[in-house]
Design a protein around this ligand. Structure first.
Ligand SMILES: Nc1ncnc2c1ncn2[C@@H]1O[C@H](COP(=O)(O)OP(=O)(O)OP(=O)(O)O)[C@@H](O)[C@H]1O
Ligand SMILES: Nc1ncnc2c1ncn2[C@@H]1O[C@H](COP(=O)(O)OP(=O)(O)OP(=O)(O)O)[C@@H](O)[C@H]1O
Ligand SMILES: [Mg+2]
Ligand SMILES: [Mg+2]
Lengths: 156, 165, 156, 165
């Protein structure tokens, strides 16, 4: 039981370090058991160091850095326990253009084995997608689906 | 398992019958603020068996039924159907295509179907258990919720990993 | 005491309704005292109805609609109790392009009497501003100020 | 009252001395994720007398001193100065230009100045009382904090209006 948790924890940790470095273009991150002797009741600390920066508490990271770190953990969990499909609602909101590109690149690779439905306002994320569906409310309060193309004024 | 089609009628702002087909790969849903994008995610969550109105941004479950506009009357029920490709039999049934349907009436009555056979909510929930989809796992991340993965409570974080591990 | 609160509440409420209608291009909104007989201990309910939609709990509003409603309340408070300057960090993050434009237009008018420092990633907000300052980290982990122009690849 | 200039040295990621001049109207601060934009807002909050490390995203106040990078050593103190145009005498002092300075050393020692005269933190806080700036009022909204104005707790919302009213 404890042994199993430690193994799984180790695997997710490896994925997290790898995905973080990939999304951040370097740097390092890991999950640390606060109480290694009591694995089943221990809290988990997140340690994240963007490239070139010094290791600090994640509370000091910027909004975009925190979002990208959370995305790295999400993908680490999905690497270990794959879901057949994934619905992500605006998880790219805090990312700058460059991070949106890294995120999109990673998603494209991941989408070989997982189907994604992404709700987004970001042009970069739209460009990384295979299909675009538009939701419109031409009649106020009533949603309908419309066809959209990337050239339309739909992205920020 | 792959998503094939989502059909909605009377679910939140989708007053008219709507159909969305999904392909492999990445589908992006776009549109202005308040147009209904997150409502699509709510519909998927709901048809998979979500029982908490709060998780669907409502106060009571009845809030997910189209409540009308200044031009239209409210509807009497909401219905969502999700069709999945089950060729890999990730869902423990013989069908290679599975359609789950959930209906809620304003009276509070609910109906559930798996491939048009009436069933209970727990049958739908159990169908998806161990597939990585639904309440367990990380397959649906709601708007503004991604940072919760970093939750400052180490205890909460533990639960996260217990679900994943 | 109670009389003063009721007066001030009424004034902020007027501002809120007006600003909301301006930012949303219509619709209505108001603040409601949950317990009008016990004004000093009563909670305050926010009622918001975007144009054409039906009045519902604000929890059902979209991410962007909630943000714009919160921005309307902020401006209502600032109309009533002006601050000489205001520092706003990415409050436009959830707004679509059209709402970013409305927000920018409102800010420009407001900036006649209030000085604003806005942190933003949004092109529309940058276009509404008088001056742009860039922050860069060419040396990793060390911030410095750089000059930027709108043509640079800085906006989403 | 108008902001004229912000000077920082050793504050968070601003390891080298930095000066930002402000004009009337709207100043936008832009840049990539993690470049230091929110740190500028934190510096303004801090020099105005913020005492909660948590409000500055730190665990202890020492966290606001430049902690070094892989190439640079940490610094021994942080200093922020804010210069304001006080021609309207919104700040209750005779000066038409007011510069407030705050310094924090790793030892925990703090220094405060108003126009180069040493003072206490409470002098700075009292200077801004009733001006609509600082802890009271809504002049500084942090990243991710705008939705809190809609706080689901009617009781919390009351406090919001008590401050405003
Ligand atoms: N039961 C209902 N009946 C009618 N309309 C509803 C119902 N529930 C929610 N809505 C409306 O749906 C709209 C919200 O849609 P949704 O959250 O999907 O927007 P969105 O496209 O995700 O926008 P954003 O980009 O701002 O996140 C709101 O305007 C809300 O009033
Ligand atoms: N004491 C410190 N010493 C050195 N660096 C620090 C210190 N405190 C914070 N930082 C760094 O400052 C960076 C965060 O800066 P900031 O929050 O201002 O970014 P930002 O430009 O607002 O980004 P975003 O667009 O993602 O919100 C982090 O990388 C953090 O590690
Ligand atoms: Mg949404
Ligand atoms: Mg920031």
């Amino acid at each position: 039981m404890e042994k199993k948790f430690k193994e799984e924890f180790g695997i997710i940790n490896k994925h997290f370090s790898r995905v973080f470095a990939q999304l951040f273009g370097g740097g390092r991150a890991e999950l640390v058991l606060e109480d290694p002797d009591n694995v089943l009741t221990s809290g988990i600390e997140i340690v994240a160091q963007p490239p070139g920066k010094k290791l600090q508490s994640i509370s000091l990271l910027s909004g975009g850095e925190k979002a990208l770190t959370a995305i790295s953990i999400l993908f680490a969990i999905l690497e270990h326990k794959p879901a057949p499909f994934c619905v992500l609602d605006e998880i790219d909101a805090a990312l700058d253009e460059s991070n949106v590109q890294s995120f999109g690149k990673y998603l494209r690779k991941f989408s070989e084995k997982t189907q994604f439905v992404l709700i987004t306002h970001r042009r970069g994320t739209m460009e990384s997608s295979d299909v675009l569906y538009g939701v419109a409310m031409e009649e106020k309060g009533v949603s309908r689906m419309v066809s959209v193309r990337l050239e339309d004024d739909i992205a920020s | 398992m792959l998503l094939k089609k989502l059909e909605m009628y009377g679910f939140k702002s989708f007053a008219d019958r709507i159909e969305i087909e999904f392909d492999k790969g990445i589908t992006a849903i776009v549109g202005p603020n308040g147009s209904g994008k997150s409502n699509v995610a709510d519909a998927i969550r709901w048809v998979l068996g979500e029982q908490s109105a709060k998780s669907l941004r409502g106060n009571k479950m009845e809030d997910i039924i189209f409540s009308g506009t200044q031009q239209r009357k409210p509807l009497g029920f909401a219905e969502v159907s999700l069709t999945l490709d089950n060729s890999d039999h990730a869902l423990p049934v013989d069908f290679t295509e599975v359609t789950i349907t959930r209906r809620l009436f304003r009276s509070g009555e609910s109906e559930y179907y798996i491939n048009r056979s009436s069933c209970r909510l727990k049958d739908i929930v159990e169908l998806f258990m161990d597939t990585g989809v639904g309440k367990e796992g990380y397959s649906i991340i709601g708007q503004g919720r991604i940072e919760e993965i970093l939750s400052t409570q180490p205890e909460n974080r533990r639960l996260v990993f217990e679900e994943a591990a």
